[in-house]
Design a protein around this ligand. Sequence first.
Ligand SMILES: [Zn+2]
Length: 646
Amino acid sequence: MIDLAEERCMQELEDHYRSLFAVEPDVEAWRWCEDNIVLTELETDYPGHLDTDLTPWLRQLLEWVRDDEVEEITVIAGTQVIKTLFMLCAVAWWAKHRGTRMLFVMDTEKNAADFSESRLQPLFENSKTLKLLKPSDPNKWNKLKLYIGRGLMNLVGSNSPGNLASRPAPFIAMDEVGKFREKTEKETDAVSLAESRTKAKLRRKVLKTSSPTYEFGLEWKSFLRGSQHVWKIECPHCKTYIELQKDHIRWCPLAKRGGQWDMEMVAGTAHYCCQECGGTFKSSEKRKLNRTGKWVQQNSKAPKSVKSARIPSYYSPWESCSFGNVAVKFLQCKREWNTKDFDNNWDAKPSVDEVEKLDWEVLKGRKEVYDQPYPKRAAYCTCFIDVQKDWFELFTIAWGENSEHWVVEHEVIQADPSVEESWEETLDSVLKERPIPLVWTFYDFGGHWHQNAINFMKELRQRGIRNVHLSFGSTDDKLPERGRRTWTKKDLKPKTRLFEMGVSQAKMKIYKMLARGDMGRGYCHYPDWLDDEYFEQLCAEERRPKTVQGRTVYHWVNGRTNKRNEAIDGHVGCYVGMLQVPMATRKRLIAEMLDRLRKEHPPKKAAPKSEVQSVKEEIAVEKAARSGSRRRGGRRGGRGGFATDI
Ligand SMILES: [Zn+2]
């Protein structure tokens, strides 16, 4: 009778010799993974052995790992299509069958260590076969350095070029390449650096996975260089192979009521509408349809050794990616002016490098005569004072429901900012009586008169004025438009609180709002008294991509010869100021405004009978629409869909 330790020892020996002499079994990589990879609740809704029936697109990807002719694989995927699981399977297969040095690169070393602990190590510990590859010496099983079978795996962060360059390995896996350090003046980008480690190796394999970021991102460039495979499924109606696209996910148009989408109804009625025949199918059919799926190559010019594949979240069988949830996510992102999130993480496409530019004459054409200086539908206002070399320029914007806004004041105050008393003079214009509350004011700290600005703020605080603050624009492209709430400048006495504005993002939001031609959400109203110069300043800038310290960032370029752009700065200041006010306060002010409007124009009372009648009619229309969407081939080109504006 042999005890357990002995048995394990024998097993290890046997396995060791088998791995040395055995010929690689002729079984597909995905089948091997299904037999040997065990998932826990932490990784999937279906714990147990890996089942590629749920995600059949994994099979071809894993075959590429096994195919020695394929040297590079780039997988661009939306959230929930298990790109990380692909990586884990590839690592396990490679460790078992090739047993070479391996390098696993993540964006930072900390993330690499976390990943090792939470995903990689459990992968080897949970499976009977893979467990045998784990060394008996615990010192050889560390977070960032694991001896696996005959091989060795190092985990590094893309932010440590030294580590990347010093570790040659024929197998390199890079997760979330979009977040990697890009090229700098001194150093090449992390991906090239890691790839160069595999050169001159006989059986080399470079795996990259990522959600896309920008068109200029490392991951997207890598995708374009490869075979550009896309996953296609067979339409159950016309039997054509189609690629699921966001524009063909539809929902009931009646889900929009009073200008707002009823998200529950959107989620409940969303379905896919085939781009070839107009036939519809639901999320519940995805699993069956994915079984018919196949990868189709789109770039015939790519070398055989370079494969790339892209798959959006719509194919994912999980509930979180049902057509309904995707549609809701889309509408939410759109409502928050944040389609980049949706494009990258769900549609698996890079954000289009739109050069944002506006035509000042178009905006000028929208000038209007207000019903009163502060229009009735405005609930509160915010103010920005641009501090110039020898004058102050005041901008006031009034805000209403759904970010609809009105330019209500623009004043050039001829006073010299280098003189401390001049700052006081501006207060008359800031603190004057208005029919609606002024909730926030920013003075620009970016001028030349820092000490005067600080003394002025101190004075205001002593007088108990609390909603006037100093701000400065940040060049950080990633900083959200709201910016950093406060920032204390210590070397200036007294210590002063500054608000750092995310100008780059704010300008993008503002340009999107200014571009809206139809009234409603986000629309900007201009009074008839604004001059041409104001509009020219407002449209002075355009957005362009640029590489700064190795990352693609967007920056705004002033296209005017005289460089005057105070108006757009004024809009940024007022907008960011509005965002500083707590949401609850804004909602309360809007409610008060609506209340005021209702009192002024009480709604006409409708006869109770007709009211009931209209509700009945509405229900009937809704029912008809629902049954229509269920009908095969029905609702072709229906109005509720991605193409629909919110
Ligand atoms: Zn079809």
